[in-house]
Design a protein around this ligand. Structure first.
Ligand code: 5GP
Length: 194
């Protein structure tokens, strides 16, 4: 998605440890108009998949997930990272190791919002090693629901997440694919691969 690639070029910052900081439009300040176009792009790419629900993980997946849900006309669930007083029992739970925070989190989705005939589209902000998406796949497995694909805003294609998901039969759509973050520079995959 050209607009997204241009935005990353303009405001993305490379941090040590192969981390791309995009706090200017996605991970802290959020650009709603760009998120809307991202949501519309995911919706058009998955329009024939029969999606009944979007799943993501709080917090940075919520903005693109919400816009995708709006465009497809389906509800959005964000898996919670901490148990809250209003979310106690009857949960599906999986463990996720956070790439950026270097800690393991439990993520949970309430059983009451999952129907057995669901067709789930997973949306997330980044795909690196695939831990976050795998956590959601684990929950889908527990719930016995089908995952029809994963829509990723920014994929770090030099890390193994994409290949591992495809190997599991999950179609992955990434709107910006980064080939390298070496030497503090963002290098994208070729245009035709975007
Ligand atoms: P994974 O679970 O695929 O290893 O990593 C994906 C998750 O880690 C995303 O949900 C995102 O929050 C975070 N993440 C991974 N790499 C980056 C990065 O380069 N920049 C930012 N801002 N977040 C990242």
């Amino acid at each position: 998605m050209e607009e997204l690639v241009e935005r990353i070029r303009a405001v993305g910052k490379v941090l040590p440890g192969n981390v791309l900081k995009v706090d200017a439009f996605l991970n802290h300040q959020v650009d709603p108009a760009l998120m809307q176009r991202i949501g519309e792009e995911f919706a058009s790419r998955f329009k024939n998949a029969g999606v009944t629900k979007i799943w993501t993980v709080e917090s940075s997946g919520i903005a693109p997930a919400l816009m995708t849900g709006l465009a497809l006309g389906v509800p959005v669930i964000f898996a919670r990272k901490h148990k809250s007083v209003t979310l106690k029992d009857d949960l599906y739970t999986a463990e996720v190791y956070s790439y950026t925070k270097k800690v393991a989190n439990k993520i949970s989705i309430a059983k009451q919002y999952v129907a057995p005939d669901e067709k789930v589209l997973i949306i997330d902000d980044f795909l690196a090693n695939g831990q976050a998406v795998n956590g959601l796949l684990e929950i889908a497995h527990q719930a016995g629901v089908q995952v029809v694909g994963a829509g990723i805003v920014i994929e770090k294609a030099f890390q193994p997440g994409h290949q591992e998901l495809e190997a599991k039969g999950i179609p992955v759509v990434a709107l910006a694919k980064i080939k390298s973050l070496s030497n503090g520079k963002v290098e994208f995959e070729d245009e035709e691969e975007q």
